[in-house]
Design a protein around this ligand. Structure first.
Ligand code: MG
Length: 447
């Protein structure tokens, strides 16, 4: 599947070494036109990643780029390395939360942010046309073994986390890195913060022992570990460690939407300012921001969209409801190690347990559904807008209708031929009712 945000597919079926090499060469050709010639390369721990990384590097070198290879590292580490080296861009080889048989290439611009759609489209065109023989000399290749250390040092240097206070608490943490790239960073970070860690799946071999998406139904083993060890918090990351999910001290997954909300509390308590999240993120972020007199701006779904909105409004914190926390002061990308440090800072500052923190906020319920594409979205949206007159309408990304205590978001998927329906309310019954009404409206002829 080729989209503006990268190329993703089943290993060796859709995503072949030839395709990866052609994208490597095309990315090098496109980005190095700027005069910069370094490109940072990194990958998660999937077995297919090593070979894909080698052919991507060869593709980059064939057009004269110098490759700085970070090896297996979190995605945010690559984004920070691009900025650190003043590179023309970066390539991350990771299918993120997708199962093991998938892999993907994601492309980072010189600002450390994933490519905008226009540049992404130019890259896809160049990759399919093929890069003509260039006059450039073959590029160099160097390893960058310090990228994770620099990333973690930058997190520990942030004012938002009182490192010595966290260390003094010796927080008991249960950790699950799903045998992904998080194993190169989370154990080290927690160690630096003086945590007493019980960890599972920190081997970095890509043999995911479960569905790697850190959603509640996949966190049973972590929940057991929390209960068995008496941990105060359980932390789980996805394979490329840009998303963080939390399990409370009773072993209950609190839901990924709370990651960005609670991380935002830590930041806003010290530095109140605007917040930006995507349109499908829980409204608990609005409750958190309101506590500090701040507004939340909503952006289309997708890390690059949120990152650009954050830059535009000078947001101090934000991210996505899937557990992706962005702190512009560090870099404009979702960052699980950052999120972990902010949450440990929150527990330390407030002296509360995870469940006490969660209980301070209203409890919302999100219900999701999907329907096949292939209907007239415009007509459907018109019916919804008149059916739900009185709601606040946002059409940046599909249609989002918002009330004081609930919202409905209907958006075509960027990667599958489906339309996603997401609703949130104070009860799951009310959220399900919004979904049901929207579904019925789909088949209502327009008057
Ligand atoms: Mg990810």
């Amino acid at each position: 599947m080729i989209s503006v945000s990268g190329v993703r597919g089943l290993v060796d079926k859709d995503l072949t070494p030839e395709l990866v090499a052609s994208y490597g060469a095309a990315f090098g050709e496109l980005m190095c036109r700027t005069g910069l010639n370094r490109v940072v390369l990194g990958r998660d721990s999937r077995a297919s990643g090593e070979a894909f990384s080698a052919v991507a590097a060869a593709g980059l070198q064939s057009v004269g780029c110098e490759v700085l290879d970070c090896g297996i590292v979190p995605t945010p580490t690559v984004q920070m390395a691009v900025e650190h080296h003043g590179a023309a861009g970066g390539i991350v080889i990771s299918a993120s939360h997708n199962p093991i048989e998938w892999n993907a290439m994601k492309f980072v611009g010189p600002d450390g942010v994933f490519l905008d759609p226009v540049t992404g489209r130019r890259l896809a065109e160049l990759a399919s046309a093929g890069v003509a023989d260039t006059e450039r000399q073959g590029g160099g290749y160097r390893q960058d073994r310090e990228a994770v250390v620099r990333h973690l040092d930058a997190i520990l240097a942030l004012d938002y986390v009182d490192t010595s206070a966290v260390q003094a608490r010796g927080i008991r943490v249960a950790l699950d890195c799903v045998r992904g790239a998080g194993g190169t960073a989370l154990p080290q970070l927690l160690d630096s913060l003086g945590c007493r860690v019980s960890a599972i799946n920190v081997e970095i071999d890509g043999l995911f022992p479960r569905n790697p998406e850190p959603v509640p139904e996949n966190l049973d083993e972590l929940a057991d570990l929390v209960r068995a060890t008496g941990a105060e918090i359980g932390l789980a990351v996805d394979p490329d460690a840009d998303r963080l999910a939390v399990v409370d001290e009773t072993g209950r997954p609190i839901g990924e939407d709370y990651t960005v909300a609670l991380a935002a509390e830590t930041v806003l308590a010290r530095n109140p300012g605007p917040v930006a999240v995507n349109l499908s993120t829980s409204m608990v972020i609005e409750d958190v921001a309101a506590g500090f007199g701040q507004k939340v701006v909503r952006a289309p779904v997708g890390e690059a969209n949120v990152a650009r909105a954050m830059r535009r409004i000078s947001a101090v914190v934000g991210g996505e409801g899937n557990g992706g926390v962005i702190l512009p002061e560090l870099h404009l990308g979702r960052d699980a190690p950052l999120a972990a440090a902010l949450l440990l800072g929150l527990l330390t500052r407030t002296g509360e347990s995870v469940s006490q923190v969660v209980d301070r906020y209203p409890r919302y319920h999100i219900v999701k559904a999907r329907v096949d594409r292939g209907r007239d979205l415009g007509a459907w949206f018109e019916v919804l807008k008149s059916r739900f007159a009185g709601s606040v309408i946002d059409e940046q990304d599909g249609l989002r209708l918002t009330w004081d205590d609930r919202w409905l978001h209907v958006r075509p998927s960027g990667t599958e031929p489906i339309v996603r329906l997401i609703a949130e309310a104070r009860s799951s019954g009310e959220a399900a009712e919004l979904i049901e009404t929207a579904r019925l409206a789909m088949d209502t002829p327009q008057v």
